[in-house]
Every structure is written in structure tokens, then in C-alpha cells.
Design a protein around this ligand. Structure first.
Ligand SMILES: *Cc1c(COP(=O)(O)O)cnc(C)c1O
Length: 460
């Protein structure tokens, strides 16, 4: 089939929505390291985890053997409301760039929450309901995860308590109101409603908050309230599992036209969209069936892959969560307040960390003004107003397409367009007013938080 016959949007039909998730860990020779109990330094048991997470999700978290896991019918029905998501051929962008590269993006912003996070939110809410729980607690940074979870909880009739990073709570009142419209209770973090929040506020009264703080608060509330469990929108193995629906659909759409990508690009905060997008491709790569260049893109102001260390660390600032072995800047790292573009987490998925460590993927760090330049260019020519997070991937996709222009290579580039930017207009305003600046942490900044990494008993 000639290139011209490939439509602008490759839609799959409803029956092409995957009925199983793909568990990438099953094909990894070096499995991601287990979560540790910070007190004992021993791997967390299912029993210990079940005080924090829903039982079925604990099973998924620990399962690194089963390649395909059935998606329950109720979740498949929910997926049908907004999936399959389109894989778009960026013909207009290609033309504008004058590149011989072929650019595709998988657009996950076509639902009210505006991002891919709904793919895991619905799964986590479903399992909580099935277990007979009253509700769930969580943190949210920019607000996409909280919004997605609010939607999923209202659908299944679950209570939803969201701790929202204070700077976002103030900068993104509209997202907060979407969550409340779906029935969630939203608290700015750090707050005086938890012990850990009070402690953090006593030490740093002016803090604008961080995801790490908000996680500590949400976990505390879940553990202290019977009938509640904590849910997390990224980083965890279970979340990458649910997000594999993105990659499975992408692969099915490409296969339909016999397209083989050379390069797959995604932004990386905690790693869930990227882990999901690359899952089936990385699976082929791990099994030696195909090769792809895979690139994680992160902000230069929160560069966990490119400048972090591969070590056990807390997932939260309050140091009450389990330890994960990951690329991390240290759990006390808080990105500069001028950082507007999301992707603020200090660590990274253990799955992606292991794959990166083993050389199966690369990472690039990009500065936020260049990210917003790419966002603007993309919005003007492709029509979609992208989320700042997604725009990290756009930046590198454009850079790579421009390299192809120089070399004449007709590479096929696929990137994840994770969401829309309608609620990120304070950041766009800063950019449009010429007030956006870049801040790259100094080596000393990073050395401080990295030096504070926990000493784990029995672990190097
Ligand atoms: C949360 C979010 C991200 C980053 O999270 P990952 O877990 O790394 O995928 C990226 N894009 C959007 C739109 C988001 O909401």
C-alpha cells in the first residue's frame, strides 16, 4: 500500500479494543527490583501491600510472569465509551517541517479527563468496588490523574479523596472544579488534615507542595480509614500494565497498514504512558523479534533518567511509602517553582528504570521554553492544543524529524500525545507573555537530594 493511502486517522473498530493487557515484565530477563519495606529492607509481601492497595491490584503489582492479563468486561465496557483512541498521521506537521520522516501520534486526550490516565483509573476504581471498599484516596499533581480517578469513581459509585499539590490547586482551579463535579473531595497538599502534612508544613511553611508530599498524605488517610485504599496514577507496575492498552492499540493500527516504526517517543513523568505505549514493541525487542529506538523525554528541571541515580528510594517526600529501585533524584527533590510543564516526580517506574539501565531505551532532557515552542507549533498546524507534558514528546519528535530532513532519512516516528492542554493555560499564558524561563538544577542541587537517599538494610 502506498504512503498516500494511509489516512490521517487510523481508527480501529470497537472490537479491536484489546481484551487483555500485556505485562511487559513477563518478557524481561532482568526483572524490575521488588518494592521493599523500608523498616526491614525485605521485599514487600502481598499481605503488607494489601493494607495500602486493593487485593487484585496487589496481585498485578507482584505478577512478573503472566504475559497477558484479562481485562474484566466492566472495564472493557468503560473503555468503549472513549476508545479506541486514534493514531494520527501528522501529515500537516510533516509538510510544515519539510521532513521526509513519517510522523504518527497516538492521541489519548479524547475523554473529559483529557489524558491517558483514565485507562488505569477505571481499572483501579473497578477493583476497589469489586472488593467492596467505600472509597479510595490519591494524590494529583497537575490534576489529570485526580480528574480521571474522579470520573472512574463516580461511574462505579466510590468515594474519592484527592490530595492536590498546592501550587496546582491554586493555578488550576478549573481542574479542581471538574473533580468536584464528579463528586471528589479535593484538598491542597501539604495540608493540616494529616500528620505528615502537619510535619512537612512545620518544616517548610512556604512550600508549594510536591507530588511526593501529596502521596504521603493520601497514603496516611487510606491507612487510617477503614474501607479505604490508596491508588496511584503512575510509576507502579500495575499502572503500566493498564496503560499497555495504548501500545496494543497503536501496534494494531500500525499493523493494519503494515507500518513498522523506527522510533517510539514518549514523555516520562512516572513512566506510565511511555511504559504503556512501548509495551508490545519493547516485548518484541526483548524477545529479539524486532528492534526499535525508544526515547523517553523528561524535563531538564526534573531529570530523573538523565541525571538521577539507579537506587532504592522512597516514592514520597514523607518517607512512609515502600522503597522502589529506580532512577531517582532523591525523594527530597522538589522541582523549581518556575517549572510549569508537569512531569514533576523525582523518580521513575521500576520497569522503565531497569530497561533503561539495561540499555533497551534512551532518555533526553528538554527545557520548558523549547517544549512550549514545540507545543505552539504543533497546535497551530495539527489543531490539537497539547498538554505541556505531551509536548515534551512533541519536542523530540520534531527534533528527530528535522534531523531526517538533513540526512534525507525517511524514518517512521511514533510518539504519544498523552493529553490536551485546556487546563494548562496559566502555563501557556506565561509562555505567550514571554515570561517563561528555564531552570536547570545545578549539580549541587541534585547532590543534596541524592545524598539523602535512604540507607537500606542489606542492600548496596
Ligand atoms: C500524568 C501525565 C503524564 C505523565 O505521566 P506518566 O505516568 O509518565 O505517563 C504525561 N502526560 C499527561 C497528559 C499526563 O496527564
Amino acid at each position: 500500500m502506498s504512503v498516500n493511502e494511509i489516512p490521517y486517522k487510523i481508527y480501529l473498530s470497537e472490537s479491536d479494543i484489546p481484551s487483555t493487557w500485556y505485562n511487559l515484565r513477563a518478557d524481561m530477563k532482568n526483572k524490575p527490583a521488588p518494592l521493599l519495606n523500608p523498616g526491614t529492607g525485605q521485599p514487600l509481601t502481598a499481605e503488607e501491600m494489601s493494607g495500602i492497595f486493593c487485593e487484585e491490584l496487589v496481585k498485578q503489582e507482584l505478577d512478573d510472569q503472566t504475559p497477558y492479563i484479562e481485562i474484566p468486561k466492566e472495564i472493557q465496557s468503560f473503555y468503549k465509551m472513549y476508545r479506541p483512541s486514534p493514531l494520527v498521521r501528522a501529515y500537516c506537521l510533516e509538510k510544515e517541517l519539510g521532513t521526509p520522516a513519517k510522523i504518527y501520534y497516538k492521541f489519548e486526550g479524547n475523554n473529559t479527563s483529557g489524558s491517558h490516565k483514565l485507562n488505569s483509573a477505571v481499572a483501579q476504581a473497578y477493583y476497589a468496588k469489586k472488593q467492596g471498599l467505600k472509597g479510595v484516596t490519591t494524590e494529583t499533581g497537575a490534576g489529570q490523574w485526580g480528574t480521571a480517578l474522579s470520573m472512574a469513581c463516580s461511574y462505579f459509585g466510590l468515594d474519592c479523596k484527592v490530595y492536590m499539590v498546592k501550587v496546582s490547586y491554586e493555578q488550576k482551579p478549573f481542574r479542581r472544579e471538574v473533580m468536584r463535579t464528579y463528586g471528589a473531595q479535593v484538598t491542597p497538599s501539604p495540608s493540616m488534615t494529616t500528620e505528615v502534612g502537619k510535619k512537612i508544613l512545620a518544616e517548610h511553611p512556604d512550600t508549594t507542595g510536591s507530588l511526593g508530599c501529596a502521596i504521603s498524605e493520601a497514603v496516611e488517610v487510606a491507612v487510617k480509614n477503614p474501607g479505604y485504599r490508596y491508588v496511584l496514577g503512575s510509576v507502579l507496575n500495575q499502572v503500566l500494565l493498564h496503560q499497555s492498552v495504548i501500545g496494543l492499540e497503536t501496534k494494531a493500527a500500525l499493523d493494519k497498514y503494515g507500518i513498522k516504526p523506527d522510533m517510539i517517543i514518549g514523555c516520562a513523568g512516572g513512566g506510565s504512558n511511555l511504559g504503556g505505549l512501548i509495551a508490545p514493541f519493547m516485548g518484541q525487542k526483548l524477545r529479539g523479534e524486532a528492534d526499535y529506538q525508544i526515547i523517553a523525554v523528561e524535563p531538564a528541571s526534573c531529570p530523573s533518567f538523565t541525571r538521577g541515580v539507579f537506587a532504592y528510594d522512597f516514592c514520597d517526600t514523607g518517607m512512609i511509602c515502600p522503597l522502589a529501585k529506580m532512577y531517582t533524584l532523591g525523594s527530597s527533590f522538589i522541582p523549581s517553582p518556575n517549572h510549569a510543564g508537569g512531569l514533576r516526580f523525582h523518580g521513575m517506574s521500576t520497569i522503565l528504570s531497569q530497561l533503561y539501565h539495561d540499555g533497551y531505551m534512551e532518555a533526553r532532557a528538554v527545557e520548558q521554553t523549547s517544549v512550549f515552542e514545540a507545543a505552539e507549533q504543533f497546535a497551530r498546524i495539527e489543531g490539537i492544543l497539547p498538554a505541556p507534558e505531551s509536548s515534551h514528546a512533541i519536542r523530540v519528535a520534531i527534533d528527530e524529524a528535522l534531523k531526517c530532513k538533513e540526512t534525507g532519512e525517511e524514518k517512521t516516528i511514533v510518539f504519544g500525545l498523552t493529553g490536551t492542554g485546556y487546563f494548562d493555560l496559566v502555563a501557556y499564558q506565561k509562555y505567550n507573555d514571554g515570561e517563561m524561563t528555564d531552570y536547570i538544577p545545578t549539580d549541587e542541587d541534585l547532590a543534596k537530594s541524592i545524598a539523602a537517599l535512604p540507607k537500606v538494610p542489606g542492600v548496596e
